[in-house]
Write a protein that binds this ligand. Structure first.
Ligand code: CP
Length: 315
């Protein structure tokens, strides 16, 4: 594995999942693997879980970290090639990526979608530019189109709580007042293709995810039908993909409520967090024993650790 930008970069998904679950049993068993190495963490957007869990994962491997809130603390970066830099952008990614490569042995980056330019978002300009101009591995801490560390943590959580060999898992769209990216829904869908599960996506009209990502997956617009008998409801908002970046529906008909949970097979509730209470799901769902949101956040440590360990072992 040269970089970890999507789940497809993993040499073997199932082995990585097993590794993450094994590391959870004994988190510091590979302490020392990170000796004399440094992990850089560059944030172009806010974070709670990703920042702390990735630092904790590195700590478990004895791997020192350097963290920078790039959007607030560093020079604004230029990503266009051949441009005359007469505007507000003071440093080109060519130099920035090369400089970071002098200080770090790996660099993890968070850079969300703009939701205004589909072509640029899908080109993953920030991560792909760093991958091009850095000489060290790049790790995705949520990019414009993918959040693979979250999806791997969610896979751990499903493995831990599944009531049967092949559970029914529903990815359900939920309302949200802000336009949100597709990264979590995309990576969750890609991850579910590796799992032994009956997987279905429910979303209102106009909210289909990228059809390349959902190819082969049943997608319906009847949420109630989708969640009947489900063992897990994974809820997430995303904006329209076809009408890129737009919010087409804001009403609360798609919010997850205790009544909807009653339609499931004693199902569990999942969400990557942060979550807006009584918008995406009610207090009654989030405060119930069916909610796995805190367990998911704990598993972010081991998903990051499994990826870092493999990159360190690559040398
Ligand atoms: N789920 C997740 O990535 O959380 P943060 O945005 O807080 O890192």
């Amino acid at each position: 594995m040269k970089h970890f930008i999507t789940l497809a970069d993993l040499p073997n998904f199932k082995q990585t999942l097993d590794l993450a679950m094994d590391l959870k049993k004994n988190p510091t068993k590979s302490y020392g693997l990170g000796k004399d190495k440094t992990l850089g963490l560059l944030f172009f957007n806010p974070s709670l879980r990703t920042r702390l869990s990735t630092q904790k994962a590195a700590q478990n491997l004895g791997l020192p970290t350097m963290v920078m809130n790039f959007s607030q603390e560093s020079w604004a970066l230029e990503f266009e090639d051949g441009t005359k830099m007469s505007g507000l952008r003071s440093e080109h990614v060519k130099e920035a990526a090369a400089v970071v490569s002098q200080y770090c042995d790996m660099v993890a980056i968070r850079a969300f979608a703009s939701l205004s330019d589909k072509e640029k978002d899908e080109a993953e300009t920030v991560l792909r530019s760093f991958a091009k101009y850095a000489s060290i591995p790049i790790i995705n801490m949520e990019s414009a189109t993918a959040h693979p560390l979250q999806a791997l943590a969610d896979a751990i959580t499903i493995e831990e709580f599944k009531p049967k060999y092949k559970p029914k898992v529903v990815l359900s769209w939920a309302p949200h007042p802000k336009a949100l990216p597709h990264a979590v829904g995309n990576s969750f869908t890609q991850m579910m293709k590796h799992m032994d599960a009956d997987f279905i996506i429910a979303h209102p009209e106009g909210y289909a995810l990228n059809p390349i990502i959902t190819e082969g997956i049943e997608c319906i617009t009847d949420q109630e039908k989708a969640i009947k008998g489900a063992d897990f409801i994974y809820t997430k908002n995303w904006c329209s993909y076809d009408h890129y970046g737009q919010i087409l529906k804001t009403d609360d008909q798609w919010m997850i409520t205790p009544d909807k949970m009653e339609l499931t097979n004693n199902g569990k509730f999942m969400h990557c967090l942060p979550i807006r209470r009584n918008i995406v799901a009610t207090d009654g769902v989030l405060d119930s024993a069916r909610s796995l949101v805190i367990q998911q956040s704990q598993n972010r440590i081991y998903s990051a650790q499994a990826v870092l360990k493999q990159l360190l072992e690559n040398g």
